[in-house]
Write a protein that binds this ligand. Structure first.
Ligand code: FES
Length: 215
């Protein structure tokens, strides 16, 4: 079964070649699938299983451990509102209630226009900036109902909302599924090689390359 488009299938095979065992590439291939479709479809899991020599059940078993992989269609923008302790103390639950009213959807659902999926989430590791929410995993700190509305208004108007305080980004809000926009490229002389760990004799190739560079 073919899920990946031709470019992504080529990339998937290149990613697999970086690992001693093909099944070790499951996680990056799941990210690639989610980037292509916005969620991890059954067809994606079947093809990942074929490519990595595992079963679709094993792929699902791995993927379902991670909250960020979605197994059903989600909106173009996934909004996470943190209601864990730090955020809760500073208005996180009120922010979530406001988000539900503002987007017209209960936490866990997707707005009728398909634009927003709203999620009530546990700590997203930005407690010092509470209360906070994320959109497609880009952070918005010290949020208020007003700043939430500004972010939603920007998105609806086709503007990037990043100027409202999302940290560590380049000003653009990517679609759901895009974790990084810079593709990793590992030159051949920096690869760890494709030998299984137990078959490696001596220093790993990357260490040998480092030592050669020092000399
Ligand atoms: S409790 Fe909200 S980021 Fe930690």
């Amino acid at each position: 079964m073919t899920f990946f488009n031709s470019d992504n299938e080529r990339l998937a095979r290149e990613v697999i070649s970086r690992y001693p065992r093909a099944r070790s590439a499951a996680i990056p291939l799941l990210h690639l699938a989610q980037e292509q479709e916005g969620w991890v479809t059954p067809a994606a899991m079947v093809q990942i299983a074929e490519l990595t020599g595992s079963t679709p059940a094993e792929v699902l078993g791995t993927a379902s451990f991670y909250e960020m992989f979605k197994f059903h269609p989600v909106g173009k923008y996934v909004v996470n509102v943190c209601t864990n302790v730090s955020c809760q103390l500073l208005g996180g639950e009120e922010l979530l209630e406001h988000a539900e009213a503002s987007l017209g959807v209960r936490a866990g659902g997707t707005s009728q226009d398909g634009l927003f999926t709203l999620e009530d989430v546990e700590c997203v590791a930005a407690c010092t900036e509470a209360p906070c929410f994320t959109v497609n995993y880009r952070y918005f700190h010290r949020a208020t109902t007003g700043s939430f509305d500004e972010v939603v208004a920007d998105i609806r108007a086709g503007r990037s909302p990043i100027h409202h305080g999302a940290a560590g980004d380049d000003g653009e809000l990517p679609e759901h599924g895009t974790l990084g926009r810079v593709r990793q490229h590992i030159p051949d002389d920096r690869r760890a090689g494709v030998e299984a760990p137990e078959d490696v004799v001596g220093a790993p190739l990357w260490l040998a390359a480092d030592r050669a560079g020092e000399g």
